[in-house]
Design a binder for this molecule. Structure first.
Ligand code: FAD
Length: 467
């Protein structure tokens, strides 16, 4: 009988444990993507980008004689229907770890099993399953450095080769048309602009990795902090949809380290930050939606407000912050250094709840990841594990001198600061909704808050909390 492969964030052929095992079984395979309510709920940019990834992966499957069947509806309605239509008796998938997916998958597994369907889940999204890393006393890690030390020398299994063919069923079940799903509907005008910056699919991801290993990894430890330098791998976008496996990246980074690339260890360490985020999300799932440390629950953060709207629009008058917010709107990505600055600025200078920022990132980032985004925001706000202490408030003005000394980043994304603005700065005005009524010829805004005052206000609120 055929086997249903329920694809989610694993849109690749190379080092895909479920797919490798399925190909080996010799059984007819039915790859299926379900647009379920959980996936419908994605933010605008990640949902649009997922649609591009699905289209690309469908092509890759076709080249192997298979198809990607598309269906819409709750998994527990779609799966039994496809099982009945095709005579399949098993459903396999690769695990996800965020609380929403875990709740769905746990229910699916128990319902299918009760119906006699062989439901089976596989690893593949991570280097280490979150429960396989333990402290000496069998607990979980709350601090990164010991987590890193405990995994850095672990053997990581070699990547599994891509299957060469996939057996097809005697007849294919009906599939929706991807265009009918309107995955980009919420992108308003922006999709055309952001489309210039994405690298979709497995082949693009592997190219990007090879390029980085060949040209970027040596200087990574230094260049990764400079937002105007193309000094990082750019692989988060592909990792989040499973277009590349972390083991493939790990193996490449490891080889580079063996051959003496100076930045390789730092790079491997960054990759393990992603693992740490998943480790935390598994053991403390509330990290995605509530203060990791409950003692922050009564902190004086403001709910959404007019200042936060200026922040979202890249109109705070603080150039590092605005360049970063516009970078995200135009490219769907934001440099890591800039993510830390804008998150600190929102939660401290603007005293606005980190959830306001987390939600905006979840709407705008093509590399949105439930674990890394939550960990990043709670790190910046002070409410998370292993956080930046609240009293360490990034000063965007001194940060910009340090990390963008020649103003390349600011000029690249803020048209109002340049006499002859470049294409990315100008395309911001094409990307934003018309209702924002932005115009590059208007003068650049004055700072929303005086940095020293904003800092004082944040520290006073923090002192009040501690007293
Ligand atoms: P590289 O520097 O090339 O690093 C390689 C890989 O390591 C990355 O692709 C990523 O998977 C992992 N990595 C690196 N830094 C981190 C980190 N700090 N935390 C977790 N993993 C890391 N990353 C996301 O993938 N999705 C998000 O939604 C996200 N939201 C963030 C929000 C905030 C407030 C902050 C401070 C950070 C966030 N990050 C997020 C982490 C980090 O900014 C990005 O992973 C990184 O910028 C991606 O660029 P890159 O692929 O070129 O990274």
């Amino acid at each position: 009988a055929p086997l249903i492969l329920w694809l989610r964030r694993d849109l690749r052929l190379l080092d895909a444990p479920m797919l490798a095992e399925a190909a080996k079984s010799g059984r007819p395979l039915i790859p299926l993507f379900i647009l379920d309510p959980e996936t419908e709920a994605l933010g605008a940019a990640p949902k649009w980008r997922l649609g591009l990834g699905i289209a690309e992966f469908a092509k890759a499957l076709e080249a192997l004689g298979a198809r990607l069947i598309l269906r819409r509806g709750p998994a527990l309605e779609v799966l039994p229907k496809v099982l009945a239509e095709t005579g399949a008796d098993a459903v396999w998938w690769q695990r996800l770890y965020d609380p929403v997916a875990v709740a769905r998958d746990t229910e699916v597994k128990s319902v299918l099993k009760a119906q006699g369907v062989a439901a089976r889940s596989f690893a593949g999204h991570l280097l280490f399953e979150p429960w396989e890393v333990e402290t000496g006393t069998g607990g979980f890690y709350r601090v990164f450095t010991p987590f890193w030390k405990s995994v850095r020398d672990r053997p990581v299994p070699d990547p599994q080769p891509a299957p060469k063919t996939l057996a097809a069923p005697a007849s294919w079940p009906r599939s929706d048309d991807l265009t009918d799903w309107q995955m980009g509907a919420a992108m308003r005008r922006g999709a055309d602009v952001v489309a210039r910056h994405v690298q979709v699919g497995e082949a693009a991801a592997l190219d990007r990795m090879d390029h980085f290993i060949a040209t970027g990894i040596d200087a990574y430890a230094h260049d990764r902090d400079l937002p105007d330098v193309d000094g990082t791998s750019g692989l988060s976008e592909n990792l989040t949809y499973g277009e590349i496996s972390p083991r493939v990246i790990w193996a490449a980074g490891w080889r580079a380290m063996q051959s003496g690339a100076k930045g390789a260890e730092t790079f491997l360490k960054e990759l393990v930050w992603r693992e740490f985020a998943y480790h935390l999300m598994h053991h403390t799932p509330h990290i995605t939606h509530a203060n990791w440390k409950p003692e922050w629950d009564d902190f004086a953060w403001r709910d959404d407000n007019a200042d936060a709207e200026h922040w979202r629009r890249g109109l705070t008058g603080e150039p590092f912050v605005d360049a970063a917010m516009r970078e995200m709107y135009v490219t769907g990505r934001m440099h890591n250094r800039a993510r830390m600055i804008v998150a600190s600025y929102l939660t401290k200078h603007l005293m606005t709840h980190w959830k306001v920022g987390l939600d905006w990132f979840a709407d705008c980032l093509v590399d949105w990841d439930p674990a890394s985004n939550a960990m990043g925001w709670q790190w910046a706000s002070g409410s998370g594990p292993d956080s930046a202490p609240f009293f360490r408030i990034f000063n965007p003005a001194t940060q910009v001198e340090k990390f963008d000394p020649k103003a390349g980043y600011r000029h690249r994304f803020i048209a109002e600061l340049s006499r002859s603005p470049g294409p990315e700065a100008l395309s911001y005005f094409d990307a934003v909704p018309e209702s924002w009524a932005l115009d590059p010829s208007r003068p650049y805004p004055k700072p929303l808050v005086d940095l020293a005052e904003g800092r004082k206000r944040a520290l006073a609120a923090y002192a009040a909390r501690n007293s």
